[in-house]
Each structure stands twice: as C-alpha cells, then as structure tokens.
Ligand binder design. Structure first.
Ligand SMILES: C[S@@+](CC[C@H](N)C(=O)[O-])C[C@H]1O[C@@H](n2cnc3c(N)ncnc32)[C@H](O)[C@@H]1O
Length: 576
C-alpha cells in the first residue's frame, strides 16, 4: 500500500470524532490493513485515496461515497448538506446518532482506564465504574442559541454569500439560508442582511489580502426568552450608514424579538470575531437567558453554552454527580459566565470561579448579583497561574475546560489539592481521555460517566465524569539524587529510559479483533487475546483496551484462533 493509491471499502465503525475505520486488503503484501477515512458515515461503501502511510497507521482521503449506508434513514434536512460538513450525521436517526456517540466515548474512557491503571488490560471485566449512557438534547433541531456567519463567496469572484465555510475550505462560504440547527429567526435575519449588503454592493473582507469591508454576522438568540442580539462585524476600511438595515431588521416578522443591533469594527488579521470598537445601532449590547431558574446576562463575546436547553440537561447531570456541597468551598475552574458556580452557590459555603476572559468574569459577577448570590467570587486569569495565588483551599472541584482540555501543569496543581471528589465536564472526549490518565496517575479513580448530546447531527458530544480520590494504604518516602557519583542516578540513564518509554502508536484489543475479523472472518474474545499474550510471555500493558465484559465462564481459544491472534500480534509488531 502506497501514498496516492486508490481503494474501495466499507466504513465499519466511526471512532471519535469522525474517523471512519475501513479494512482493505493490501495485495502487495497479502495483508489486511486498517485505514482511517474521515467524514463518512458508518456502513457507507467508499472510494478513498491513501494520503498518509506510517508503520501502524494508515489514512485515506474520502473521494466518493459508492453506496449509501443502511443507517442513512432519512433525506437531508438542509440544502447545504453535505458540502457544509457541520451536520454530518443529519441523515441518521437521532437514536442511532446517540448510541454511536455513547459507544465512541465509552471506548475512549475505557482505554484511558486501562492506560491510567484503573483497569487491567487482561481483566476488562473488572472495569468497576458506571457508564450511564447518553442523554439527548431536548431539541433535535433549532437548538443553537448562537451562530457566527461569514461573508464571502462560494466560487472565486461569485456573488456575495453569507453563511458557513464549505467543509475543508477556509475561503469558500456557502449561504446557509435554511440551516436547521438554528431557529428560523436566524435565517430570516441572515437573508435580510445578505439582501441589503448585496443591494448596497458592499465588499467583503478578503482573508489573504486583508482588503474589504464585511466580515461576520454574529447572531445570538436566547432560547428561553426569545431575546435576539444582532452583531454585524466589518473592518474599518469603509464607512457605511446602516440606518436602513436597522429599519429592515426591525420590520422582520420574528418569533423572538431583537433587543440590540450592534456594529462591531474588527481590524484583527486573524479570522475571529472580536471588537476594536462597538457601536450600538439599536437597543442594548446584551440580553438575558434563563438556565435552571437562574438569570444570565449575555454579551456579544462572553462564553455561554450554545444549546441552552441542552445545557440544562448537562448541568443537571453534573449537579446530580456533585451531590451535596453543604459547608464546602467549591472551585469552578474554567467558569465562563459563572453558570455552574451559581447553580451550586445556594447549596455551598462558597464558590470560587476562575475564568480567563475578563468580560465573562464581569458578566459572572453581574449575574451573581442578579441572582441574589453573595457567596460567589470570580477571579479573572489563567487557571494555571491563579491557583498559585488563591489562599483558600477547595473541598470540591468542578472542571469545565475548553476543547483542548487542561494544561498538564494546571492538572498537577489541581491534583495537589487532593479533594475527595471532582466532577469533570468535557466537550471533547479525546482531550478528556488524555487528562483522565493524568488524574488516575495522580490517585483519582473514575466512578461514573454520563454523556450528554448538546449538538445533534454533528460529531460533538459532552461527557460528565465523577472522580474520587483513592487514599493510599501507606506512604514511603524515597530520596533520589541525580548526577555522577556513588548512590546517584546518572542523567544519561534517565535520557535512555525516557527514550524507551516514549509513547508508541497505541494498538488496542479492538484493532486486533477488527484485523482478525476482516482477515479470517471470525471474531475473537478479548480474553483469548490476553491468554495468547500471557502464554507468549508478552507484557500485558502493551495492548490496552477493555471494552467488553465476560458474559460466561472463560473458555480457551481454538488452535485456529490462537494462530490468528499470533498473526495479528505480528502484524501490529507486538510479537517479533
Ligand atoms: C467549556 S467553557 C466552560 C464555561 C462554563 N463552565 C459554562 O458552562 O458556561 C470553557 C471556559 O474556559 C475558559 N478558559 C480557557 N482557557 C482558560 C484558562 N487557561 N484559564 C481559565 N479559563 C480558561 C474559556 O474562556 C471558557 O469560558
């Protein structure tokens, strides 16, 4: 198999977030190879081109869907599908989307449990934590309370467009005039603004040359109050009077109501929505949203969960795990506009929120006053640094970091508090799995896991994890001196050991099973793989994965299965 070659095959499964797994025969060596093909659906027959080939990892670029999947049970709901790429799973039944996402999270968590030492690779049946499945979003469509549309064109020098970027393109913008994951009010506003800008022949800002005027349209709509904030973002390269546009927008027949129309000037070279200057064209520059009975003031740039009703499900799941915090000091790390802190405030002694965006911290403070809570403190700054300066010690910690997860050094500081319990809310399970390994190594164990789907039809999924601290049975102190001389550990040795322990491409039991099924046409149990490895004297931690549970007394593999397992171990370089 070489880079550039074209193959066909069936997408057997999808690993988080959108990694389709296809097994194909590489005729040049007579082997069956596992290829990752992104952006497909489970069960589709696809044609793809190999674009990455490494020893244990092969990737292909999807060229064409040859046959639809049986799991595509309905017609696309919008005309930007599949070019937009935002709602890849919209043709799958919602129930099916949910079970696929739950399976993806479970596999990642259970890998992390093995790698972090909570579960032994050869005894997956001893995975002593509770995986509670997935809760869906109350709304399958129209669930987003915020959308950032870009101005551009769909083809070079084509007519002005306003909407979302084409999948995989930084430049081409599709007009998403019937996007179904936002309320109809969003599309009415989008069409009105686009029509006006086309009539006025306003230019759009080009990312390469940094020339042009129109940049983004940011719309926020509170799901519970129907308040709408319209933000038109331009460069400062022209001056335009938007009075007529404001009149047009206010004439629209909307289900909600516009509380503010803002003109934001942004000359930043980066393609992000931010403000050098904000002009209020109508109304005010904020609105209110209600979550679990609490009121939150939202400004154009403050972080707020984008699915308000879904956030209620997520926060309820977290609150359920957090339990009673009476007389406790709680740290809400990565607190945004302080939603979680305020949900916990009236059942805690004190809550301290830490958040890096100053504007969100100011909003959090205002929100606490609005909700008559006087035991919340919000600190602006990076968690990594702020934890060094906070004098109070937490009794309980809630973590809700951004997609990339938690900085390892911040995790170290969090672990040092040794709080008996923590709840980690994650919007990216692969970052969560990486952070869990560090938390497990730091003496924590995973007790319960609940997934919540906040973004139906997309690849995203949220996870809430309850962790508890394992108290050590006993403690011994070991003093190690580094350097040359008797009784010291030479630094050279450390460098060699570090080299030997460098992370290798991870081969899971699942990969071995998939290889065997594709090549030999039969399934093998995890326990059989473990048994063959034990018999061969292979280290048991080399092939971690623990997804299945034993449902009957352990049997032994047949000779045929033993040979197939040995072949797979050789294929993945575990057996030389
Ligand atoms: C997933 S949001 C959670 C917000 C909040 N808990 C909520 O539910 O609304 C993550 C938040 O972390 C903030 N953040 C990102 N990096 C940070 C850091 N190093 N220190 C503190 N806050 C950070 C972001 O600005 C964002 O508000």
């Amino acid at each position: 198999m070489k880079k550039g070659e074209i193959y066909e095959g069936m997408i057997e499964t999808i690993e988080f977030p959108n990694k389709g797994i296809v097994w194909v025969k590489d005729e040049s060596v007579g082997e069956t190879v596992r290829v990752i093909v992104k952006n497909g659906m489970p069960g589709q027959k696809v044609r793809f081109q190999i674009n990455k080939k490494r020893k244990n990892r092969c990737e292909g670029r999807l060229l064409e869907v040859l046959e639809k999947s049986e799991r595509e049970v309905r017609e696309p709901v919008c005309d930007a599908f599949p070019a937009c790429g935002g709602c890849m799973y919209q043709t799958m039944a919602y129930k099916d989307q949910l079970s696929m996402k739950a399976g993806q999270v479970r596999a990642l968590i259970e890998d992390a449990l093995v790698r972090g030492g909570q579960v032994k690779a050869d005894a997956p049946e001893e995975a002593d934590y509770v995986f509670e499945g997935i809760q869906g979003s109350p709304l399958e469509f129209g669930y987003r309370n915020k959308m950032e549309f870009s101005f551009g064109d769909a083809v070079k020098d084509g007519p002005l467009t306003l909407g979302l970027h084409k999948k995989g393109s930084t430049y081409d913008v599709l007009t998403t005039g019937d996007c179904k994951i936002v309320h109809e009010d969003f599309t009415k506003i989008l069409k009105c603004v686009l029509e006006y800008c086309r009539e006025q022949k306003l230019s759009y800002y080009r990312k390469m040359s940094h020339e042009g005027y129109l940049r983004h349209l940011l719309v926020r709509r509170a799901q519970t109050t129907g308040d709408i904030l319209v933000n038109l973002v331009t460069s400062s390269q022209a001056e335009h009077d938007f009075t007529e546009l404001v009149e047009e927008l206010l004439k629209l027949e909307l289900e909600g109501h516009i509380t503010g129309i803002l003109h934001i000037i942004n000359d930043s070279l980066a393609d992000v929505v931010q403000s050098d200057e904000t002009r209020i064209l109508y109304g005010k520059d904020y609105f209110y949203e209600t979550i679990l009975g609490l009121k939150f003031k939202i400004t154009p740039f403050s972080f707020f969960q984008t699915n308000s009703l879904g956030a209620e499900v997520l926060y309820s799941a977290a609150r359920n795990y957090i339990g009673s915090t009476k007389d406790m000091t709680v740290f809400d790390l990565y607190s945004g506009t302080g939603t979680i802190a305020q949900i916990l405030a009236d059942v805690s002694k004190k809550v301290i929120g830490v958040e890096i965006v100053e504007e969100a911290v100011e909003a959090a403070r205002e929100n606490a006053v609005l909700n008559h809570l006087d035991n919340c403190e919000f600190i602006a700054g990076d968690v990594l640094k702020v934890l060094d300066d906070v004098e109070e010690k937490p009794d309980f910690i809630v973590l809700d970091p951004p997609r990339d997860g938690i900085h390892p050094k911040a995790l170290e500081k969090i672990i040092q508090y040794q709080v008996p319990k923590m709840v980690y809310i994650s919007c990216k399970p692969s970052s969560l799995a990486r952070d869990l390994e560090i938390l497990l190594a730091g003496g924590y164990r995973v007790e319960r896991v609940q997934c919540v789907d906040m973004f139906p039809a997309t690849v995203h999924v949220e996870t809430v994890v309850m962790l508890s601290h394992k108290k050590p049975d006993s403690v011994i102190n070991v003093k190690v001196e580094f350097g040359e001389g008797e009784g010291k550990v030479p630094l050279d040795n450390i460098a060699k050991r570090a080299e030997a322990y460098k992370p290798k491409e991870r081969v899971t039991y699942k990969m071995i099973k998939e290889y065997i099924e594709a090549k030999y046409g039969f399934k093998v149990h995890t326990a059989y793989i473990a048994e063959v490895k034990r018999d061969l004297g292979l280290p048991m931690y080399d092939v971690p994965n623990a997804v299945e549970e034993l449902k009957q007394p352990r049997k032994h593999p047949t000779a045929e299965k033993v040979e197939a397992i040995k072949d797979a171990l050789k294929y993945f370089d575990i057996l030389k």
